[in-house]
Design a protein around this ligand. Structure first.
Ligand code: PLP
Length: 445
């Protein structure tokens, strides 16, 4: 494994990782020629696989024309085409698109648009944005104030106004049946409780990841949850924001995960799979009524220099064209079902796998010391780190986090690109089983 010993870069990662040389399809190679299967699509980003020739060609074509046109000086064809494509894919009424360069920027934009909408609608007292714990909405201070991931936000508490939070619907930890609506109502009603405690007239919005991402490990909401959340937000005149940064772009088998429940938000944000790792790109899509009110009230006081970059938009458009041309939503659904079935089968072999969950190709498994009590593995084992390292040495990349509900727990996301075939699922399983065997022997679990 080609690992650089000295570097001027600093990221939060403690472990040195191999030096990337090239990537094609679902595989990546380091500069020593070592091959890795990208079992997490990076950070659930590279949905259509690496180095797709059609996307590269679209980018080359755009690069030959122009790579930058400042949005206050020029409109560009790629931005207009991508905006109309996104609007066509979005729920009815969400026709206005605001481009950004990543997920945190998209979340910041949504908060500011919601706030300006409240001002334009003569409701200046509405400013609180309720979110959930655990959750992840980004690393900028505004998005971090919504993020329910205390170890990431605590050090910055004095610098931001931390927003109210309700628990994520972790039915699997609370011994509740996720398939009955009573469970969904139980968790959704916590939102109403929180709104009443905070004072309904002070609440601006509720932000939710329709399927939990890295913080909960592919947590699918229980039956009835998303629908009830929508009802509550409507009843209290609170904007519903779907954070589809990880789920948007098809990973769950629908272009937007909210489609699984037939629920439309007022604002939605996406990034990651939207440009599938070809360029930094994100978007906020808002209901016409919101944008019309804000524009009538003097305009949106917001904008990033790189927003709507023509190269990024050309790439984003080509990514969506590939999703459609290759029917990748269908593939995410069918191959996702095969992979989920194979992961669930591992529970018979490894008693320390406590739960397997997810939808489409947003899948995860969680390690526990006791499946009955769902107690996590001892912290000292650092399972979330160790299993990832072992998988690396077997040529497989998976993504891990140690956080869940009120407890700590090690979960692992297995989310290969949406082009993955059934045969490649078997390849993933061979590497994963080899890794879990080594981990079990080493940790004595
Ligand atoms: N929202 C969700 C649900 C995410 O998963 C992420 C990133 O992981 C973000 C927001 C922040 O996106 P970015 O890292 O592109 O700023």
């Amino acid at each position: 494994m080609a690992v650089r010993q000295k570097s001027h870069l600093f990221y939060q990662s403690h472990n040195r990782r191999p030096v990337l040389d090239q990537a094609r399809g679902i595989y990546m190679w380091d500069v020593d020629g070592e091959r890795y299967l990208d079992g997490s699509s990076g950070a659930m980003v590279c949905n259509i696989g690496h180095s797709n020739e059609n996307v590269l060609q679209a980018m080359r074509r755009q690069m030959e024309k122009s790579t930058f046109g400042y949005r206050l000086h020029f409109e560009t064809e790629p931005a207009e085409l991508l905006a109309s494509k996104v609007a066509a894919l979005s729920p009815e009424g969400l026709d206005k698109v605001f481009f950004v360069s990543g997920g945190s920027e998209a979340v910041e934009s949504a908060i500011k648009l919601a706030r300006q909408y409240a001002l334009a609608s003569d409701q200046p007292k509405r400013w609180k944005v309720i979110s959930r714990y655990p959750s992840y909405h980004g690393c900028t201070l505004g998005a971090l104030a919504l993020t329910g991931f205390t170890s990431l936000s605590k050090p910055f508490d004095p610098m931001m106004r931390v927003m109210p939070k309700i628990p994520a619907p972790t039915a699997y930890l609370d011994g509740l049946d996720p398939d009955i609506p009573e469970t969904g109502y139980h968790y959704a009603d916590m939102l109403e409780q929180c709104i009443l405690e905070e004072g309904p007239e002070s609440v601006l919005a509720f932000i939710v990841e329709p399927v939990g991402g890295a913080s909960t490990g592919a947590l699918v909401p229980p039956a009835g949850y998303m629908e009830r959340i929508r009802e509550i937000c409507t009843r209290y005149n609170i904007l519903l924001i779907h954070d589809e940064v990880m789920t948007g772009g098809g990973r769950t088998g629908r272009f937007f995960a909210g489609e699984h429940w037939g629920v439309s938000p007022d604002i939605l944000v996406l990034s990651k799979g939207f440009s599938a790792g070809y360029v930094p790109l994100g978007a906020m899509i808002a209901h016409n009524d919101i944008v019309d009110a804000v524009m009538a009230g003097g305009g949106f006081l917001h904008g990033f220099t790189y927003a709507g970059n023509p190269l990024a938009c050309a790439a984003g458009l080509a990514v969506i064209e590939q999703i459609e041309a290759q029917d990748l939503l269908k593939n995410a659904e069918t191959v996702g079902a095969i992979l989920k079935h194979r992961l669930t089968g591992l529970m018979a072999r490894y008693p320390f796998i406590g739960d397997v969950r997810g939808i489409g190709l947003l899948l995860a498994f969680e390690l526990v010391s006791d499946r009955n009590t769902m107690q996590p593995l001892p912290k000292e084992l650092s399972a979330f780190d160790r299993l990832v390292d072992i998988a690396y040495s077997n040529g497989l990349i998976i993504y891990s986090r140690r956080t869940r509900g009120g407890l700590e727990g090690d979960h692992f996301l297995v989310c290969p690109p949406m082009i993955t075939t059934a045969e490649q699922v078997e390849e993933i399983m061979i590497m994963l089983i080899r890794s879990l065997d080594t981990f079990a022997a080493e940790a004595q679990v």
